[in-house]
Design a protein around this ligand. Structure first.
Ligand SMILES: Nc1ncnc2c1ncn2[C@@H]1O[C@H](COP(=O)(O)OP(=O)(O)OP(=O)(O)O)[C@@H](O)[C@H]1O
Ligand SMILES: [Mg+2]
Length: 231
């Protein structure tokens, strides 16, 4: 399965979500490649240290994505692609191969309106591919007192894009994790809320990935054993 985390707007949380998702899937016992499609290489440098068993691929252009992704998908259960912040052609290329598009969006009305540009790409890909990829927006960097206002709900409705029920809160832990070469669920009890929300979000987005497994943080070997015993 190919998952593309895309939004041509910069700094909305794509690399944070993509890197975390790749490590999370790996910890559940799946084979995973993180395809870093951003020349800043933020997510691949982070995950190479924080979860070294996740395989890494790097693509620097739309052509590399179009040629490389179909081959890469044969090598792993999940290919998680971290989209670039500006290279719109690369984002379009990702949408032509992705099964699932995850679109992080900051929780502000300006950002929701700016998202209209990105959803046009999603619609184009869905028209060409007769419905694929499935697309879902995720509100990221949501303030503690945030409530989904009518403005925001209207903007999301206008985009005709389903919004994940789970939001990612603005928390220091997400910003600190890469600098400490770790993931929020490995940061101890103090970060249990972050660990819980990201686990809940990924279970919502990828229910089939976590079907047989109860807790993230379970060792890979244990998860694999559990998966095998179900077969
Ligand atoms: N939920 C969060 N709470 C606090 N900080 C966050 C959160 N998510 C991301 N950040 C921080 O915000 C910054 C931007 O996040 P990130 O790099 O994931 O965005 P991006 O969309 O990949 O950016 P770019 O378009 O530049 O690639 C980073 O410093 C990251 O650590
Ligand atoms: Mg990024």
């Amino acid at each position: 399965m190919i998952i593309a985390v895309v939004n041509s707007k910069g700094g909305v949380g794509k690399s944070t979500l993509a890197g975390s998702m790749a490590a999370w899937l790996h910890e559940l016992g799946h084979t995973v490649v993180l395809a870093d499609c951003d020349s800043q290489n933020s997510s691949s440098e982070w995950i190479a240290e924080a979860s070294p068993q996740v395989k890494i691929a790097r693509y620097e252009s739309a052509d590399q994505v179009l040629d490389g992704l179909p081959l890469l998908r044969k090598t792993a259960d999940y290919v998680v692609c971290d989209g670039p912040g500006s290279q719109t052609e690369t984002s379009r290329a990702l949408l032509l191969w992705a099964d699932l598009a995850v679109i992080p969006c900051k929780a502000s009305i300006f950002e929701a309106r700016a998202l209209a540009k990105n959803t046009a790409f999603v619609r184009q890909a869905q028209t060409i591919r007769k419905g694929a990829p499935v697309a879902v927006a995720v509100l990221s960097m949501v303030g503690k007192d945030f409530r989904l206002t009518k403005d925001m709900r209207d903007a999301a409705d206008a985009l005709k894009l389903p919004l994940a029920a789970t939001h990612i809160t603005l928390r220091q832990a997400y910003a600190d994790a890469p600098g400490q070469s770790t993931l929020v669920w490995k940061m101890g009890y103090r970060e249990k809320e972050a660990a819980k929300e990201i686990d809940t979000l990924f279970r919502e987005l990828l229910p089939e990935a976590s079907e047989s497994v109860a807790v993230v943080g379970m060792t890979r070997a244990k998860a694999k054993m559990k998966a095998n015993s179900k077969r």
